[in-house]
Each structure stands twice: as structure tokens, then as C-alpha cells.
Design a protein around this ligand. Sequence first.
Ligand SMILES: *Cc1c(COP(=O)(O)O)cnc(C)c1O
Length: 382
Amino acid sequence: MWFTERLKNLEDQGLYRRLRTLESPQQSQCVVQGQPMLAFCSNDYLGLANHPALQTALVNALPQTGMGAGASHLVSGHHVAHVELESALADFLEFDAALVFSTGYMANLGVVQALVGRQDAVFADKLNHASLNDAMLLSRATIQRFAHQDTTQLASQLASSCAQHKLIIVDAVFSMDGDCADLVALLALAEEYDAILLIDDAHGFGVLGAKGQGSVFATGLAGHPRIIYMATFGKAAGAAGAFVVASHEIITWLRQTARPYIYTTAMPPALAVVALASLNLIAESHARRQHLRSLITQLRSETANLPYTWLDSSMPIQPLILRDNHLAMDISQKLYQQGIWVPAIRPPTVPQGTARLRISLSASHSHADISRLTTALFSCIS
Ligand SMILES: *Cc1c(COP(=O)(O)O)cnc(C)c1O
């Protein structure tokens, strides 16, 4: 069969992906197939995935909520736990209203499809997350991709577009590069060309902003009527699920039309309770955010002399560019043998020729963990 050959091609190109199975909770010191590992892979930036307060919230919620939502929101699955979460999100992020989705992937599919169709156009950064790319394909709108962070190219695409409605979509923090979109410039273009701006803050929510309110809040753009802000509970929030906040009008429209909201069983209400508990933890996590920043500084200063290039990132996503797929795999493998788990990221997740180690830091790492990593990196690379 044709896929047998394709699987072999993946192997030959160093692109075959192997699963590693956790036998402990997700945390910096974890157990993988019987081995204790120091992990630098997860998006659990604040170290909340195994926080006891979230477990307690879940256990305490279950007698009130039961397990399954049993139906989609518009049928009978909408629970007071979802309502409370949405209202807390709108308050916390200073937007009019919020809408909860089961995952960030679904939120992106839902928003883009609900807002644009055949007569419309989507303008997307080339390094956007796969869920945004899939969302724009599904929407059937005309797709215009601009070079990474190239707002000049975006401006000329917007100027020459005769689409009925225009939607600009970007990652606020790019998931494989760790750099941040210029939200002020993007919003200015959205205003100039009467577009809406969808900002995916999967990696900024919880990490940026005085209380972890994320990229839009940190940039002073909270509540702007042209912005739709999306983030997930799966990353810094340490839980599961996702949400969108925007104006009342947009949220009302999404509730009526977003297919991954309408045609799927609602998130289990107990998980909405957990997400709310996580929101409260995020708001109080000043010390974790501060510690995380100090770990980033430590990693950058201890590894400045490595013979490969770090991307310019001030976020917990720290990519070391090795270019070659096999080299990236080889170094990742050598680290693994020393008990250090750092993923090699290869195409198609990143462009050809930009294979990398993607080190992600968490507030649950210690300074000693970072020193162990840097020592191991020097020993594997030289
Ligand atoms: C992880 C991620 C998503 C998807 O969120 P999930 O809740 O995990 O489905 C969307 N966008 C970006 C940029 C992401 O990194």
C-alpha cells in the first residue's frame, strides 16, 4: 500500500516520530518508561499541571457536576460551571464576554470559520500554529500568508485585497520560535483596513502580564472591539480546554455559528471548575513568573558560547537551531541517554532546514536543573 512506502520515507529522512510514554504526572522531574528524566518539553510553563489545588478542585467539583456534560452547549450541556468560568475570564482579561471551547484547536477552527467565508480573506503569518492554518483552509476564505512578522507585506496584501471581510490571524508568541508578534502594529493595520484581528495566545496566557493575563493585556490592548483573543488551558494553566474573549457582539455570533462549539459535547463541567481554579492560581503566580524569567536569563547566559544559534526569544520557549534533522535527533538522543528530555523539532512542524532543539522552561525547574542542562548540552555538542 502507498502509505508503507511513505512511512519508510519518513524513517529515511529522520522524520519518523516515536512516542514516549509518561508514567508520572507531567512535571519537570518525570518518569518515562521506567526512567527518571529531567524534562524540558512541556508547555506547563508555570508548573501547574500537577498542582494540588487543581486536583482538589476536580475532586470537589465532581459530586456537583458529575463527569460528562452529556450534550453540546446549545442542547443541554451548558452548566453553571461554564457560565462562571466565562464570566471570570471576561473580568480577568477585561473583554466584554468569553466563550469556552473543548480545546484550543477547536476554538481556532470555530472562530475563523464563523467569521469568514468564500467572499472574505484571511491574512496569516507563515509561522502560525497548525490549528490556525487548518482553520483558514476550512473557512474557504481566500488565504494570504505573509512572511514571518512582515507587517509591511501584510499592509500591501490588505491594501490590494477586495475581499468583503478581512481577518488577520497570528500567534501572539510563536510556538516553535518563541518570538512575539507586534500586536500594536497589527491592530493599527486592522483599523486602517477595517479588519478583525484574531490573536492566538496559547503561549503567552499565564506567562505575560502582571497577573498572567497574557500578550494582549500586557500590550495594553485589552477590550479592543477589533480583537478576538484566544488562549488554551492546556499550557501555562496546567489543565485542559480553551477560550475566546471578545466584544459581546462577536461572542454572541460565535455562540450561534461556531461549528466546533455547536457540534461537539460540551467540556466536562468539572473541567470548567478546574480551569477557574487555574485562573485563580495564574493570577497569584507572581513568584512563579519571576522565577521563570530568572531561569530564562540563566539558560541564555550559560549557553551563549554554544556553536549553534539560539533564536531571539525572551519566552520560556528557547529554540537552538541545528538545521539538520539527523543532527537534531542525534543530540536529542544523547541528552536523553543522560536523563535529559529535550525534543528535536523537525519539519513539517518547522520549515525545512530549521530542525532544532526546542527547550521549554517551567517555573518548576530549579537553577540546578538549568545548570545540568547546559553542562549536558556542551558535552553533547562539542
Ligand atoms: C497548543 C496550541 C493550540 C492548541 O491548543 P490546545 O488547547 O492544545 O488544542 C493552538 N494554538 C497554538 C499557538 C498552540 O501552541
